[in-house]
Design a protein around this ligand. Sequence first.
Ligand code: GAP
Length: 438
Amino acid sequence: MSNVKLEDIVSLCKRRGFIYPGSDVYGGLSGTWDYGPLGVALKRNIMQLWWKMFVDDREDMFGVDAAILMNQKVWQASGHVDTFTDPLVECSNCKSRFRADKIDLSRCPNCGQKDTFGEARAFNMMFKTNVGPVDDESSISYLRPETAQGIFTNFKNVVDSFYPDLPFGLAQQGKAFRNEISPRDFIFRSREFEQMEIEYFVHPDNWQPEFEKWVTLVHEWCDALGLPAESIHELEVPDDDRAHYSKRTIDFEFDFPIGREELLGLAYRTDFDLGNIQRESKKSMEYRPKDGSAPFVPHVIEPSFGLERALMAVLSAAYTTDEVNSEARSYLKLPSHLAPVKVAVSPLLKNKPELVEKAREVYRMLKKEFGAVMWDDNGNIGKRYRRQDEIGTPYCVVIDFETLEGDTKDTVTIRNRDTTEQTRVAIADLTNPGVLSF
Ligand code: GAP
């Protein structure tokens, strides 16, 4: 169980420019969130790490980026039009609506009246829209509720272009939309969120060992995010609770500040999707082995990663409190490869032009080398350290009077976020491997 309070993370995210409520200036829009400069940097770092680990570093993986709007037949064939529902109940007294499986049905959580709920009805979570100027049945489309279908519909295209050996995977990152009945817990359950999904195509006889390999890879991913192994839990999802397409699912749960909840899912989707596409489109989804053996429709292992949940887990795991010089400090002990700002550069005093000039020089040099470098001359040096600690910046480089003269000329201090220790290093060595390491 996490000791971190969700409200501390929400408050830090808003105060320091990570995440703001969506449409905040107009009173918000439930279930939507906007990412500020640091949030978008952290999000991109997670996405890039994922892409590197699961696409660039492998030989058996191909990336795709499909359109969000798709032909309505996609969602009919996939079963989402008929079955992508949550049970909805309405209070007969205050008319509030809730997800039936998330509340105590004997008393309305809003008005407190007893026995006000009738039968639950199936509420489809897809956002419906119309494509083009004509508003009729034929123009209906949906904002995709999972990125997976954009992968399945491109299976044949990629096979025809690249003819990869089986097993191979297609990976995609992008927005998904669900009209959640009760969005809640900060970014944990949103109506618009981002998924990073892989459909890994295997021979049907081989799905079990491939599934096990993905279990290991998921743990490696959690480790790369800096999540402690003891806070990750595998939940074998029972038959009745699995999605309509899955024959086996493991939910990887994390000890979030809101309790132990799903971080990501790993499912064995069989040939459910390619089989449906083949039936409905009348186009073959068979894979022809290069050895001339009989063609078959591949089966699929699907690791499905939610970006917001990864981000919330990273923030929860990184949020740390300690004492520095008898003062309480809270900071983000982010893995340095994920930190939105890698180095902050400061002149000790901002009203000394000679310090500022030298600091600007160092700043330009580091920015050119590392990109995510911040200029910070706001407030006194202690305040700057606290602010940089709070956003998880691993290093602060300070240009002081010793930088300008004597034996220490052209040296600066590097202050380490976690230990708060300071070391003096030559400016010329700052970009050497291992000095500032991310
Ligand atoms: N293609 C399979 C699929 O979409 P899912 O379990 O419904 O499976 C996969 O979703 C992941 O997407 C979840 O494990 C979670 O990380 C993320 N996710 C799902 N609904 C979400 C929501 N409303 N808000 C934020 N993340 C969500």
